[in-house]
Design a protein around this ligand. Sequence first.
Ligand SMILES: *[C@@H]1O[C@H](CO)[C@@H](O)[C@H](O)[C@H]1NC(C)=O
Ligand SMILES: *[C@@H]1O[C@H](CO)[C@@H](O)[C@H](O)[C@H]1NC(C)=O
Ligand SMILES: *[C@@H]1O[C@H](CO)[C@@H](O)[C@H](O)[C@H]1NC(C)=O
Ligand SMILES: *[C@@H]1O[C@H](CO)[C@@H](O)[C@H](O)[C@H]1NC(C)=O
Ligand SMILES: *[C@@H]1O[C@H](CO)[C@@H](O)[C@H](O)[C@H]1NC(C)=O
Length: 378
Amino acid sequence: MHVLKFLPFLLPTALASLEVAQRSTTACNNSPSLCSKTYGQITHLGAHDSPFVRDSTTDYSTFGNQYYNTTVQLSAGVRLVTGQVHKNNNEWHLCHSGCDYLDAGTLESWLSEIKTWLDNNPNEVVTVLLVNSDDASASDLNTVFKAANITSYAYTPSSTGAVATWPTLQELISSGTRLMTFIASLSDNTGATYLMDEFTYIWENPYDVTSASNFSCKPDRPSDVQGNTAAALSSHRLPFMNHFLDQEIGIGGIEIPDVGAISTTNGQNGTGNLLTAADTCKSAYSNRQPTFILVDFFDKGPAIDVVDKLNNVTDATGRTAVPNTNSADTSGTTTSGGTFVGLTDLVNEAKTGANPSLGNWIWVGGDWVTIFGGGISI
Ligand SMILES: *[C@@H]1O[C@H](CO)[C@@H](O)[C@H](O)[C@H]1NC(C)=O
Ligand SMILES: *[C@@H]1O[C@H](CO)[C@@H](O)[C@H](O)[C@H]1NC(C)=O
Ligand SMILES: *[C@@H]1O[C@H](CO)[C@@H](O)[C@H](O)[C@H]1NC(C)=O
Ligand SMILES: *[C@@H]1O[C@H](CO)[C@@H](O)[C@H](O)[C@H]1NC(C)=O
Ligand SMILES: *[C@@H]1O[C@H](CO)[C@@H](O)[C@H](O)[C@H]1NC(C)=O
């Protein structure tokens, strides 16, 4: 009788404390301490050119900016993946610079890979940023996102402009909208409002850096806040820190990722290192940490250690380390005097008018036709 009488009072209390206990032990984006933080308040580690991988599947293409595929990246703690969308044979593909150089397959297949990862990792919020190289419309992209069956995870912003406060990770997870999608650029998202125009919500520092001493915290894009940190911050856009170093190879306009410097670039010690750059930018942004940090070869450094420091995460859980850390970068990408062997071969082949193999294609900052006078055809 007494038990029955008190049960209605005891039960909610007991359930509530159980819920609190569960919540505090459940990690959001690999840490329980991040669940109550807003999406914009924490730092998300980004894999630059996520689908463009330098491994056996691409014959160790020098176009690759990562050693491991998107699934491995996400499982290791990457929470922002970027790629370039190009039209190829009337299909939307992910290609690096152009589909003749490195074609990582269809956008649909890559989104399906991310969908599978989201299915298997229910407490994780993932951001996709697509460079819209061939001006796909909202309808074009929506068709592909639907075909990949990923739209049910997509977060739709409550405002068509930048907001000071985003939902917390726990709110995004609880509502099942754990996919944040930004497109650079999309002037009209009618009919697919989950496709967020990047520069409406985000501003970036410069990305075309070829000197370790030349990383900058200044806003570069969008143009209306260029060079003006105060304007960028007060616009409520999210700070996005590009931090990857390219190397000029002495032939007009060609730049490739500076792999030789990667442990410093993604590390915590030395000119141009990630931790110092992030701390410097945080100070320059009135103690606001960058929401996104975008790196090449994310596993080097390792960059995730810097992101954990920024997020005050000491209890990271649920990550899978990358396989065979050392084998990936010794096979096919051996350097000779700081230049890729494959690259030297390519340049020599190209100069004699031969058709270089796909595996030797390099990252191009310039225009092939101009550089080689139209001597290359694929
Ligand atoms: C990603 O790479 C891992 C390790 O190399 C491999 O096992 C897996 O099949 C790859 N996944 C996809 C979707 O390509
Ligand atoms: C689409 O995804 C949802 C869950 O995210 C799943 O329930 C449904 O079966 C999927 N549909 C197809 C056709 O795969
Ligand atoms: C440093 O960056 C500035 C602009 O951001 C650029 O004009 C300059 O050429 C760069 N210097 C080097 C050495 O890369
Ligand atoms: C930083 O790098 C320098 C030069 O490589 C080295 O002498 C120093 O011990 C390093 N410091 C830390 C804290 O790793
Ligand atoms: C981490 O701690 C620093 C220093 O107290 C603080 O500025 C920052 O906002 C914290 N970041 C997160 C994501 O909690």
